[in-house]
Design a protein around this ligand. Structure first.
Ligand SMILES: Nc1ncnc2c1ncn2[C@@H]1O[C@H](COP(=O)(O)OP(=O)(O)OP(=O)(O)O)[C@@H](O)[C@H]1O
Length: 266
């Protein structure tokens, strides 16, 4: 039997930016329906990896989405397959929330055409799911950081792509909204077969939702495997230079930062 085609297949990905090597020799496969979270210290290359997988950096042959090389997908085709929530998306000045989320439907609207009733229905449904219905006429720039982050996710969900790339999707959210958003993504994964490739700095939350994790350090994969295999005190101490305790939790390891013993007062 031939193995199923992965949603994401990255082979020997090398990215340099302004002549500086950022990613070197990355190999990664994400199965359809899987949730993989990339962790790693600041500057490790996590966002760069997501941008390359999303087609926002040139990697036409090193990345395949559902078996098709990125370079063979036209922009509109690509947008129906993969939706990205960037770390700090551009906020168009003066744009209302509803119009911004409607941008997610562009891959389905003919050039110079108008959105259909079905497009608007998708947008309203997504706004409702993300607790944003009351914000639809508000100017996006006036929302709080957390409200805006939910709008960015809403736009990606309205895109109807089967692969979601989430770069720090919950960094501005309070713990209630963090759980709400991640539970929604997980629910969509189960009901709609979404595949998720995410980056996160909150390691305990990352481990609770991911099937597999990848630890990126200095542009290379330093470890990958289940959350239990990657979230170890030794790996985190080595790559983050952090003092942590890792204890078993009900849905994955819990990573607790612990202060190093302070020197005695002289
Ligand atoms: N245009 C550029 N020219 C040179 N270096 C760049 C450029 N863009 C990004 N970099 C560098 O690439 C490295 C990886 O950046 P990236 O944003 O992918 O890291 P990250 O792991 O997502 O970090 P963080 O956790 O801080 O968000 C960083 O050292 C960054 O300074």
């Amino acid at each position: 039997m031939t193995p199923p085609v992965p949603a994401v297949e990255v082979r020997d990905l090398r990215i340099s930016l302004d002549g500086v090597p950022i990613l070197t020799g990355i190999d990664l496969a994400v199965a359809a329906g899987e949730w993989v979270t990339v962790i790693g210290p600041n500057g490790a290359g996590k966002s760069t990896l997501l941008r390359a997988v999303g087609g926002l950096l040139p990697a036409p042959d090193a990345v395949r989405l559902f078996g098709t090389p990125l370079g063979a997908l036209r922009r509109r085709e690509r947008a129906r397959v993969v939706a990205t929530v960037a770390q700090s998306p551009v906020v168009p000045p003066g744009m209302a929330v509803l119009d911004y989320v409607l941008l997610g439907r562009n891959p389905y609207i003919a050039p110079l055409g108008r959105e259909s009733v079905a497009d608007l229905a998708v947008v309203h449904e997504v706004l409702g799911r993300l607790d944003l219905a009351g914000f639809s006429t508000r100017e996006l720039a006036t929302l709080s950081g957390g409200e805006r982050q939910r709008v960015f996710l809403a736009r990606a969900l309205a895109q109807g792509a089967t692969l979601l790339l989430l770069d720090e999707p919950t960094s501005a959210l309070d713990i209630g909204h963090q759980q709400e958003v991640l539970e929604l993504v997980d629910q969509l994964r189960r009901t709609h077969g979404l595949t998720v490739l995410a980056t996160m700095h909150d390691l305990s939350i990352a481990g609770e939702y991911a099937d597999r994790m990848v630890l990126l350090a200095a542009g290379r994969i330093a470890a990958s495997g289940t959350p239990e295999q990657v979230l170890t005190e030794d790996l985190l101490a080595h790559h983050y230079r952090a003092h942590v305790r890792v204890i078993p939790g009900p849905h994955g390891p819990l990573v607790l930062p612990t202060r190093p013993t302070p020197p005695p007062l002289s």
